[in-house]
Write a protein that binds this ligand. Sequence first.
Ligand code: NDP
Length: 328
Amino acid sequence: MSTFKAIVVEKAESGTKASLTDFDEANLMDGDVTVAVEYSTVNYKDGLAITGKAPVVRRFPMIAGIDFAGTVETSTNPAWKPGDKVILNGWGTGETHLGAYAEKSRVKGDWLVALPATMSACEAMAIGTAGYTAMLAVMALERHGLTPEHGPIAVTGAAGGVGSVAIAILAQRGFAVSAVTGRPEEADYLKSLGATEIVERKELSGPVKMLAKERWAGGIDAVGSTVLANLLSMTRYGGAVAACGLAGGMDLPTSVAPFILRGVCLYGIDSVMCPIEKRREAWKRLETGLDRPKLAAMTREIGLSGVAEAAAAILAGQVRGRIVVKIR
Ligand code: NDP
């Protein structure tokens, strides 16, 4: 029997239980590419899966972890050969397909994106699903036509993973960025990433006006609920908001006023089932569009044994920036 280290989520008497254990390779699921996983990350969804706080895991036992970077070991997919460096985000890994907190993963070759030539596996996972989602959100705002000349962009959940990467990308594109945060003590950190203004979350978490003073040309929202609703009501005429998260709640207590009276657009961002062409574009842009020293400054590294603690911390809103997980 050949085994490898993995974090496995199983059903428990009440809820689920995650543990670092030896997993039998014979139990890997179907796929045409087997990857030696080198790095993964801790995203918000990983926090939900490991703690069992939301029903992210839909097959048991499940190896948790929604993204990885590694090297192809074996492949029957013509697109990939042993030695190729690859990235995987989403597609149900860690949810319905055995996931990334493992020394080995077997997946569909069609899910993989080539690791950009100048990027290490560690850097790719410092970006991770959070950072790739931030890029998808920036791409949505730019497709809408927003440029730095239109005005500042608000980024909510600013000190978290999506928020930190979004700020760094937008700043590099020349946008003025308002970092909306519940942790004003992180002002220096947020400014070091490129934020031009720090806005306290409480300014956007109060009662929602149908229309408020026009403040931002656009926004990237990782929070949802009243924060997103207030952001919409404060978006300038013709502006756009890209919504990707629910750290503050799943609801959206808004009205149609921003849409029908100011022509504001709300774009939904999904990283999990995003078509492969858009993924390739996002990773290509991440290669040059995200300052590497800033990425390093927002990232800390842990091992598989540290994932449980990091999972609890990310749900508590205590993680700053990104956590990369060294697998081997
Ligand atoms: P993080 O925990 O790193 O960041 C979330 C941030 O949101 C926190 O740092 C905090 O920022 C803020 N926040 C936390 N709790 C609350 C709260 N109760 N009310 C208001 N704000 C809060 O998570 P990620 O960056 O990894 O993910 C952010 C969100 O995006 C998650 O909901 C995640 O599920 C979602 N996501 C969605 C994807 C998609 O495909 N649509 C892909 C990736 C992520 P601060 O302290 O600065 O206020």
